[in-house]
Design a protein around this ligand. Sequence first.
Ligand code: MN
Length: 258
Amino acid sequence: MKFLVSNDDGIHAEGILQLAASLTELGEVTVVAPDSERSAAGHAITMHHPLRVREIKLPGLDAQAFAVNGTPADCVKLGIDELLAERPDFVFTGINRGANLSTDVLYSGTVSAAIEGCIMGVRSAAFSLLGGKEMDYSFAGKIAAEVAKLMSEKDFTAQTLVNVNIPNVPKEQIKGMKVTRLGIRRYEKNYEKRNDPRGNAYYWLTGRLIHESLDEDIDMEAIRNNYISITPLHYDLTSYEMLESFRQWGFENEFYGL
Ligand code: MN
């Protein structure tokens, strides 16, 4: 098995080292990741300046590693197109420092890097460890290796991305794994307004998560109950239930006087 490993916390983050280390036990790993943190970069790609690549040595890791001055999606695109000698069997991203749950997946560089893998036809998975004072990525790394084994055994198309979130509690408190769906993650008081020394207002993104009661099969609820959440995702955002309505409403045969 050949893995391309990326993230959005940057190539020097502890989570990517643990993910890469776990996967070297299953096959060949190449790390291609941003040279600095690019969390919340979403699916951005770099168009207006050149991408530079530096090969580096990650501590204690027996794998090639490339630091790129781009976004997570850039890293996967460039990695598959240019840097890896052969096409990878899997793109695995993370282990992210903090959750990537529900609608937050749309902001996540870690999830977007995995989506980029899917778009390029490579089976992909994203891994996130819930935030906390202590971050121990070793158990999450083992979960990633198990997911890789399952993905290689099952009939599994590259059109589906696997999004895995792992609770940040001692292993004994984890109740198991739940297959979940995305919910809507809402925040309140999103911005703190302050004044700069010249008297002009500026805004700093903060935000408190609104806790709602949720269906049991929503990813956030599984995490709240100390389950590992595993969600199949798809990058096709088409609203299939509306296709027929749009046709019936006459969008296809009206020109609205243009
Ligand atoms: Mn991150």
